[in-house]
Ligand binder design. Structure first.
Ligand SMILES: [Zn+2]
Length: 409
């Protein structure tokens, strides 16, 4: 039996850092296992994000799993809604609802932080309950609680034709210009205004501020869409069953829409403090039952959003040592596992957000005996120097599954 593993370090690629001699985070990180895959296997670039799409994780992950975003993508929030088991009718619209911090001292709609300081789950839960109870129930809107700052708003028979900006792209400025515009804008604007009134005076926010924490004194809506209907079950799409290891709703939602098996990992947080080794072990366990396993690691992306070079290096080094290394050792022993390691997009820490452009990937299986005279570093520059470039996520995905007939596997 042949088995296939796709290891996705979210947002690993970055930009050259002037103070570090032009090196990137991947170049600064010690990644012997990724370097082995790059040196011995097929190494190059893949364009995960189709032209005309934003470099978002939903697009990148769908694409890496072989689904063409141009055919299946309807928006980010319907995917997150699926992960929570929220059923959307044909005319229902799901929005991402972030708990955010506004700083009124700097302006009426000055967005201070997109996540209310990565608000703790228990505080978020209480504030979302206050919103559910407090906002005008004559509006056809439902708030579905999630974790931390990430929640879902469903508008039954709603409007979806808004251009809404992700709050992590517009924080640190007045955001009046980005308030909803278009048919139905009055419904959403009313929710945004009422949420601020309910949250501003909430005792929990007073307490948070007294403790020096950011208040969650408002919400922001974005990523809306209707339910995707074109995502084929993974077994049909790939011709074999697959399992997914992921902590974040977005990737879990894709797994649910594709009817893939979700593997739970204790201590997996979707943050830089996740259980790396537990996730690595989970890949090996899942391979006992499933011929295809997709592992998603959110940590490098989160470190990028935090703007922390040190944390991003640490997240990548732990990805390499505790996940890639484990899978690589397993593949060496069993001899029947083919591996791809890559990312969905870049999250340069200096920008604190995602950036467009092709990303490095390495594909290797134990029958690849190629030994480069010079060891290759798994990084942006050497991937670019390679002549290999896959024009889309699906093209790399089917190469991983050996469906293009080119493989020596
Ligand atoms: Zn991502």
């Amino acid at each position: 039996m042949k088995r296939f593993v796709l290891l996705q370090g979210d947002g690993m690629p970055d930009l050259p850092i002037e103070e570090k001699g032009g090196k990137t985070v991947l170049e600064l990180a010690k990644t012997p296992n990724l370097d082995f895959l790059a040196s011995r296997g097929e190494f190059g670039l893949v364009d995960t994000i189709p032209e005309g799409f934003e470099p978002q994780s939903d697009i990148g992950n769908l694409s890496l799993l072989g689904y063409d975003p141009k055919e299946v993508y309807t928006g980010r929030s319907p995917i997150e809604a699926a992960s929570k088991g929220i059923v959307l009718g044909d005319d229902d619209v799901a929005f991402r609802l972030n708990l955010v911090s506004f700083d009124e001292a700097k302006g009426a709609w000055f967005l201070e932080d997109f996540s209310a300081g990565h608000i703790e789950d228990h505080d978020a839960k209480e504030l979302v309950r206050a919103l559910q109870q407090g906002f005008n129930s004559s509006l056809p809107l439902e708030i579905h609680p999630g974790l931390s700052y990430r929640h879902i708003l469903v508008w039954r028979n709603g409007e979806s034709r808004f251009v809404l900006k992700p709050p992590h792209d517009i924080q640190g400025q007045g955001v009046e210009a980005y308030l909803p515009k278009g048919p139905g804008e009055e419904v959403l604007t009313r929710l945004l205004v009422e949420a601020r009134e309910i949250l501003r005076s909430h005792p929990l926010n007073q307490k948070r501020m007294a403790e020096g924490k950011m208040p969650a004194n408002g919400v922001w809506l974005w990523g809306q869409g209707k339910a995707p209907t074109n995502i084929k079950p993974f077994t049909v799409h790939a011709g074999l069953p697959g399992a997914v290891i992921a902590a974040v709703d977005l990737v879990r939602g894709i797994a649910k829409l594709a009817k893939m098996h979700l593997v739970e990992v204790e201590g997996a947080t979707g943050f830089i403090d996740t259980n790396y080794a537990g996730k690595g072990e989970a890949v090996l366990r899942a391979l006992g039952e499933y011929p295809f396993v997709f592992l998603h690691l959110e940590a490098p992306d989160e470190a990028g959003h935090m703007g922390s070079l040190e944390e991003k290096i640490r997240a990548i080094e732990r990805f390499d040592a505790e996940i890639v290394g484990r899978v690589l050792d397993f593949a060496r022993v069993t001899g029947d596992v083919r591996i791809v390691a890559t990312s969905d997009h870049a999250t340069p820490f200096a920008l604190k957000t995602h950036a467009p452009g092709a990303v490095p990937f390495a594909l290797w299986d134990p029958r690849m005996t190629r030994s480069n005279k010079h060891a290759v570093k798994f990084c942006e520059a050497s991937a670019k120097a390679s002549s290999v470039r896959y024009p889309s996520g699906p093209s790399l995905f089917f190469r991983l599954l050996d469906r293009d007939g080119l493989a020596d596997f």
